[in-house]
Write a new protein. Structure first.
Length: 280
C-alpha cells in the first residue's frame, strides 16, 4: 500500500524573507503561528527591544534577532508595535524595504495614508486589524490593501494573517473603524458579559466559584456551538427560548427598551468614533 502523501503546511512554500517589527503579545502570537504553519525559521528576522523568553529561544533555533535582523530589504515586513511608537518606528525601516517588499501593519488606528507618508514612496501596504483570540489561533482579522499590493502579495498576506485565525478583506479602509469597535474590542464585551453573569449568579444565591465557572463555561460552550452551526445567532437564540419559560422571562428584560441591544449599539458606535479620533 502506497504511503499517504503528506499535506504541505501553508507557509512551507514561502521562499522570501520576513521581518517582524515588534514581538509583544500579538506579534509573538503571529510568530508562533507562522512557524507552526511551516515558515522556515531562518527566513525570519525580529526587531524587539524587550524580547520574551520564547522569542529568545526561537533565536537559538534560527530566527534572527535584533543585531542580526533588519540590515537588508525583506520580502515582507510586519509592523506590530504600539500605535504610539509608529512614527519613530516606520521612519527607521527604510533599509528593510525594497521595491518589491510588502508591509503589513497591525497597528490600531494607523491608516494607510499615515504609513505611506513614513515609508519609502510606492510601498505596497496592507493594513490589518486582528483581535485577541489570535493568540490562540482563533482570531479573526480584517484587512485592506493599497493599490500597490499585487495579487501574489495579497495571497502571502492572507496566508500570514491566517496563522492567527480567519481572514476577511474589505475595499474601504473606513470600515476598519467599525471592525475595531466590533471584533477588535469585542472580546472585552464578552469578558464583561461573563463578569456580569457571574455577579448576577452570586446575587441569585450561587457560591462565587460555582457562579464564575457556570458563566465561563456557558459562554465558551455557546460560542463553540455557534461557531460550528450554520444557523444564524437569532435562530440559535430562538431555539433555546421556550414560550413562557425562564429564558423568555430573562430575554424580555434584555431585549426590552434600553436593553442589551440598545446598549451594545451605543457602545459600538462610541468605539467606532473613538477609532476615527485616534486615526486623526
Amino acid at each position: 500500500m502506497a504511503a499517504a502523501k503528506k499535506t504541505p503546511k501553508p507557509l512551507e512554500s514561502f521562499r522570501g524573507s520576513l521581518l517582524l517589527v515588534g514581538a509583544g503579545k500579538m506579534g509573538g502570537a503571529m510568530l508562533d503561528g507562522w512557524l507552526s504553519r511551516g515558515l522556515w525559521p531562518k527566513a525570519v528576522s525580529v526587531l524587539e527591544p524587550q524580547p520574551s523568553g520564547r522569542v529568545n529561544m526561537l533565536a537559538r533555533h534560527g530566527v534572527k534577532l535584533n543585531a542580526a535582523a533588519g540590515k537588508s530589504p525583506s520580502s515582507v515586513v510586519v509592523i506590530a508595535v504600539k500605535p504610539q511608537d509608529a512614527a519613530s518606528t516606520i521612519h527607521s525601516l527604510a533599509p528593510c524595504i525594497g521595491k518589491s517588499s510588502l508591509v503589513v501593519s497591525i497597528m490600531a488606528g494607523r491608516t494607510i495614508a499615515f504609513l505611506a507618508e513614513g515609508l519609502p514612496k510606492g510601498t505596497a501596504i496592507v493594513r490589518a486589524m486582528p483581535n485577541l483570540p489570535a493568540a490562540i489561533g482563533r482570531g479573526i482579522t480584517v484587512a485592506v490593501a493599497n493599490s500597490r499590493v499585487t495579487d501574489a502579495q495579497r495571497k502571502i498576506a492572507t496566508e500570514l494573517l491566517a496563522a492567527c485565525g480567519k481572514v476577511e478583506w474589505v475595499q474601504d479602509e473606513k470600515l476598519l473603524d467599525a471592525v475595531t469597535a466590533v471584533s477588535g474590542s469585542g472580546p472585552a464585551y464578552v469578558f464583561l458579559l461573563a463578569e456580569a453573569l457571574t455577579g448576577a449568579a452570586v446575587a441569585a444565591g450561587l457560591p462565587a466559584p460555582l457562579a464564575a465557572k457556570l458563566a465561563r463555561e456557558t459562554i465558551a460552550g455557546a460560542g463553540e456551538l455557534m461557531r460550528g452551526s450554520k444557523l444564524d445567532a437569532a435562530t440559535l437564540r430562538q431555539n433555546v427560548t421556550s414560550p413562557g419559560g425562564t429564558t423568555a422571562a430573562a430575554l424580555a428584560v434584555l431585549m426590552g427598551p434600553g436593553g442589551f441591544e440598545t446598549l451594545l449599539e451605543t457602545a459600538v458606535a462610541k468605539a467606532t468614533r473613538r477609532s476615527r479620533e485616534l486615526a486623526d
